[in-house]
Design a protein around this ligand. Structure first.
Ligand code: ADP
Ligand code: MG
Length: 214
């Protein structure tokens, strides 16, 4: 059974950061269309600070995620900082002080993270937010693991579901966050937060494939 260690979490956070940095302009352009053009810079600032903090981070998956979550909450002024920070903080809480995480624990942690996003922002399905990428990813991960898929494969299925969820935000009317001010005029634009959330799940799949212990 694949298990994740601190190394996997650090790799995940690094991979996600490089994906964000590589697409900072793309994320900002999406936010320029339906928000205030700062999603790329918000995520870049927050995740760069997270990666900078990895050197003196606790050597356990949960505490490492807790520190990363607190960094995002404190460094990012936009909605996405507290929301993504809460996601990581709730994951940390679900993982606790375990040194190794199995697939079931990871799926439960991601689900707890999503619940944190909802507690904080009250997003519902179809509101055109990061929820619309994360929720299908959680569902797909649970279903794949229940079907007996190995964790790397299950996470790839979850990443595909997150990407499909991200794409589905194009046709949605925004009902949360700044984009909701546009109402119907938000239709036809992909949600920036769903876009970075799909990157987050994809980076997790990649990190587990790269470092997970078979
Ligand atoms: P801000 O909106 O403060 O400028 P960002 O531009 O960094 O922050 O992030 C915008 C993204 O945050 C949106 O695309 C959306 O996915 C997400 N978001 C905003 N409000 C909520 C909410 N209430 N619940 C879930 N996600 C939200
Ligand atoms: Mg913005």
């Amino acid at each position: 059974m694949t298990t994740l260690t601190t190394d996997t979490i650090a790799t995940w956070l690094r991979l996600f950061t490089s994906d964000v940095v590589a697409d900072v302009d793309g994320l900002t352009q999406l936010d320029a269309a339906i928000g205030d053009a700062d999603h790329g810079s918000n995520m870049e600032r927050g995740m760069t600070a997270v990666v900078d903090g990895l050197a003196d981070s606790p050597d356990l998956p949960g505490p490492m995620l807790k520190k990363a979550g607190m960094t995002l909450v404190s460094k990012v002024g936009g909605a996405s900082g507290p929301l993504n920070g809460t996601l990581l903080l709730r994951m940390a809480g679900a993982i606790g002080d375990s040194s190794e995480i199995d697939g079931t624990t990871l799926a439960a942690a991601l689900r707890a993270g999503l619940a944190g996003v909802v507690d904080r922002g009250h997003a519902q399905p179809g509101d055109k937010t990061m929820f619309d990428a994360l929720n299908p990813a959680c569902d797909a991960l649970d279903a794949a693991l229940a079907d007996g898929a190995a964790l790397p494969k299950a996470l790839q299925v979850a990443a595909d579901a997150a990407a499909a969820g991200r794409d589905s935000t194009v046709d949605m009317v925004a009902r949360k966050g700044r984009a909701s001010y546009l109402g119907e005029r938000s239709v036809g634009h992909q949600d920036p937060g769903a876009t970075s959330a799909a990157m987050l799940v994809d980076a997790l799949a990649e990190a587990v494939n790269a470092t997970g212990t078979p």
